[in-house]
Design a protein around this ligand. Structure first.
Ligand SMILES: Cc1ncc(COP(=O)(O)O)c(C=O)c1O
Length: 312
């Protein structure tokens, strides 16, 4: 089976999508990326991409932080992605990875005056974290600060920070870590946002606490307000509040919704999956699988290959 990628403005067999070791972004991390999920629905035989254009809007904003000048709109990149998916023909859940990078093969740190490019590939993907209630620790690392590498941009170099956070947690026997910002407030997970339930309200750190402005986070805030009638509060969270939460979970494209059963060896609630987390999770999975018509605008159906070829 041939695998494909979008590379140098064309969809090519993935083996042809190669860059030199001298590439600026490979040397200095001066690029950004996105992570987008496509959900397979067995009943309808459709692959639906979740919030496709919203992901590309954030992607282009991240690239802009790195002074990239890319000749694409979110709609252009969405169209290319749908064509790529049609060629890949996944009949299972998939993950799409758009990359922005600086192609120049030069030595020297800067982000201006360089050539920017976009590449996109996709892979099949199931759950990234277990969804049965995980054990998280508070990391001894701090989240990259907005005045160092902006966390609101999904900047490649900043994922060395995420990787250190994740590995130290896993090698110490935890499933995932919660990381604090420079002020000591809760920021997020290594590659996911964090939400707590306290006294029936959903609480999540504000976008000014060095988090990635997550698309799943935003979607869940809407679902919690509109469908579950919850009060949603964006405010700074102290470390010790984590231990007092009734429920806690990570959310994001990769992790989807990953309930947290324990933090630093302390049970959260009764140490299982909390009832509100369960309700929100059930709703979220109905939405992404296309079973909630009210939210169908969040989904874009990947076309069949024939319809793409007919258009050529
Ligand atoms: C650091 C970080 N925070 C949060 C998220 C969640 O963002 P989104 O819901 O847009 O996937 C991600 C990516 O998935 C991430 O890498």
């Amino acid at each position: 089976m041939t695998r494909y990628a979008f590379f140098q403005d064309q969809i090519v067999p993935i083996e042809q999508a190669q860059v030199s070791i001298m590439t600026h972004t490979f040397n200095y991390g001066t690029g950004c990326f996105a992570g987008i999920r496509a959900y397979w629905n067995d009943d309808t035989g459709e692959l639906n991409v979740f919030r496709l254009e919203d992901h590309y809007k954030r992607f282009l904003e991240s690239a802009n932080l790195l002074r990239a000048e890319l000749p694409y709109t979110p709609a252009d990149l969405s169209a290319v992605t749908l064509e790529l998916l049609a060629r890949e023909g996944w009949r299972q859940d998939a993950y799409i990875r758009p990359l922005h990078y600086k192609t120049d093969e030069i030595i020297g740190v800067r982000v201006h005056g360089l050539t920017d490019a976009v590449a996109i590939f996709s892979v099949p993907m199931g759950d990234y974290l277990a969804r049965g209630g995980i054990h998280a620790c508070v990391s001894s690392w701090r989240r990259v600060d907005d005045n160092a590498i902006p966390a609101r941009g999904k900047i490649i170099g900043a994922y060395a920070n995420s990787s250190l956070i994740k590995s130290d947690a896993v090698l110490s026997g935890f499933d995932e870590a919660i990381v604090l910002n420079q002020d000591g407030h809760v920021s997020e997970g290594s590659a996911a946002n964090l939400m707590l339930i306290r006294d029936g309200a959903l609480i999540t750190p504000p976008i000014t606490d060095n988090i990635l402005e997550g698309i799943v986070r935003r979607s869940l805030m809407t679902l919690a307000r509109e469908e579950l009638g919850l009060t949603v509060v964006e405010r700074s969270i102290d470390r010790s509040e984590l231990y007092r939460a009734d429920e806690a979970f990570f959310c994001g494209t990769g992790v989807q919704i990953a309930p947290i059963a324990r933090i630093d060896h302390r049970d959260i609630g009764n140490g299982g999956i909390g009832p509100i987390t369960q309700q929100l999770s059930d709703l979220f999975f109905r939405v992404v699988r296309g079973q909630e018509p009210k939210y169908s605008a969040w989904l874009t159906k990947a076309p069949a290959l024939e319809s793409i070829e007919t258009n050529e």
